[in-house]
Design a protein around this ligand. Sequence first.
Ligand code: B3K
Ligand code: ZN
Length: 885
Amino acid sequence: QTVTRLADYRPPLYRLPSVSLTFWLDRQKTTVEARIRLERDEAVYRPGESLLLHGGKLALESLTLEGEPLMEGRDYRLVPDGLELLNPPVAGELVSRVSIDPSANLELEGLYASGDMLCTQCEAEGFRKITYWLDRPDLLSVYTVKLIASAADYPVLLANGNCIEHGTMPGGQHFAVWHDPFPKPAYLFAVVAGQLVKTADRFTTRSGRTVDLEIWTRAADAAKTGHAMMSLKHSMAWDEQVFGLEYDLDIYMIVAVGDFNMGAMENKGLNVFNTKYVLADPQTATDLDYQGIEAVIAHEYFHNWTGNRVTCRDWFQLSLKEGLTVFRDQQFSADMNSAAVQRIGNVRGLRAVQFPEDAGPTAHPVRPDSYVEINNFYTATVYNKGAEVVRMYHTLLGADGFRRGMDLYFQRHDGQAVTCDDFRAAMADANGVDLSQFGRWYSQAGTPVVRVTDQYDTETKTYTLTMTQSCPPTPGQPVKEPFLIPIAMGLLSADGQTLPTQLTGEATAQAGTRVLRLSDVRQSFTFVNVAEAPIPSLLRGFSAPVKLERAWTDAELATLAAHDSDAFARWEAGQTVLTRVLLADADPASIGPARTDLPETVANLVAATLAPFTGETVGAGADPAFAALCLALPGEAYLAELVPVVYPDRLHAARNALRTAIGRRYADDLLKIIARFTDTGPFQPTAEAAGRRALRNTALDLLVAGGNSAAIALAADQAKAAGNMTDRLAALTALVDTDHPERSAILEAFQADFAEDALVLDKWFTVQALSRRADTLAQVTALLGHPAYDAKNPNKVRALVGSFTTGNRAQFHALDGSGYGFLADQVIATDGFNGKLAARLVAPLAPWKKMDPARQGLMRAELDRIRKTPGLSKDVTEIVEKALA
Ligand code: B3K
Ligand code: ZN
């Protein structure tokens, strides 16, 4: 395996300032001519060096330099990675012609066919599958693209930038020429051709320029683009208001594609999106889908500045654009919806996916040091922990300080390809602070642990918090240096009042949340004039991606859950209560029969959460969305992070038993909530309405778990006839766990109702893959043969296989090894045509060393079997080797 290392970075030997591409588009044989201006960079070039132009799966048809044909062996050589120019000139025009077969491209990277359209995906290294090129993000060029195709098959021809010419040609062909004035790296290149219709709108920027907004879809989907368009306009306005950033081209296009490896792609002016993140209407999309669309539309739009105008020097810097852009989309969603609810959702996601990654064999820093296949680093660590790192600047510097840093970043680096260190320097310099220690967040992997002890001195009225930090070893990093950790905090009195805080040496006390800077391995913070022994509220808003431990008493947690001024901290206190019970119940040392009663700590928490919604009127300030999150038990993936040895079935049984006990004990209240929040008016995808649905459906879920027959009957009705997909799917999800006599008829009917809707069928596959019933793997295996299933379509594979292996932990980890064998079979089959997708599927097998002894061997054996498969992609090989190391 060839390893690429950050330490080996060298700037490109050549600049390719401009390129003209001509595409003769065809499903089976597309020809691409590239006219490239070559200019040697004498400051980098060493005499005698050849120039490697990257290329993969290209059939070279001709190659000329300054009009002279080049000769293989003498002038160039074809090598596994591309084409080597043996005596590259100081400068010149290189013209290459290659052909490719989009219909055979099932890896969905480069130019490929999706349905009857053609489209591209170039990030990270897909452009080399279109033409020979110096395919690296620090090489910026101006592109002019001519597309030629059959007018009947491909009436719409799109590329980056502006369309400067189009017309018809003999033989039923037509053409379009696109020019993008902004120099860009090849990974932002895009082409789309197909039978598409557009939904058009306009946005006027704050400086008064009009931007055409176009969302391109299949004709049948055009009616489902309204929410995406609205989200786009909100994003454009938000970026102007919050960061002063305006869109720069005259047109912004989005194309919805059914076959896509990821969520979406921020190609300059021509975003290509997975249909899942564009199309929505009330009958087919859930509240979660609406929120996902809003977030991904925003994310790709925000990339125009954080990613496109300022891009990455090399792929090790991926988080420079991804962490920052995720942070920006999180802030946007927080402003558009409920900030607390959004933040809790972000943290739940981080804990469920990134924490396990950081603790497992593929752990890597936010800025990795090396890779075999860069696609394996589009991870929760680079994206979501990266966003937490950016959030910490915001927390340490304040909103204004952060904005100053962003302004300086753009002032210094607009039009450049830069590093995470450049970003950190802009933040530091704009604020006159030293952020050198902060750099360790980029270079060290692992989730730090902060342990807190405290002491109150009644005599002197002083209160001392002592914090120690440590970070477990991760692959290649046995020892860690201390991090700079912002701890947002406050103090509460025993009855839940906010206590002012005044650190030793400070002249006055402060009222609200303050940020302590933990920078040493062990550090104490002493507060003076503390009237009584306080309850510390720590890590408010989840101010750092760490695990924080303190021995809170049950009474303290109850007070925090009821009174903390920070909504995240209130939620977190409740989760701590639930986590304690679940971990105790699942403890292999004390395992007994499943619980039937509720511990008082949990009962009090649930009662307090439900109370505002069960009286005559809804309590003032009570937020149904927040309540739904408080009633959601900690996930099994997160719980698994908190125990030394994982017994997935025990965690699952403990969690189920607690759900059931809650559903039984609070049946009356939960039924009242269902009645109160049954929507009668038309569906509104607003945060408020979604919150009511969330609480109502959470109540339904708990009642069904508790075996409540009225609720089960209601779930069956709602699964058949709810007027919106949110309620329908929630009911179906609850119902598939049961042995309801109509279960299969209802599933059948659902399938029939949406037989033409690929995205809804994805949900139908997922719902069955997540069923708690013991026959689920057999069902999933049978569904692989369902006519609506398509193993080549990433959405389908993720919906069925991915949902089972990541979302149905107890059954995936069945002690007979059947789940592991199933996943290995799927990985091997998928790897035969799409290594990118296969490498993502394999992840649940990786953390085998954390499992109980019986499972360890089973998982390991399947990893071994995958590794021994002949012709395995380097994508899967890299993950499997790390897992087995
Ligand atoms: N930048 C793309 C990800 C491309 C993934 C390539 N394997 C989507 C995004 O983060 O916006
Ligand atoms: Zn992104």
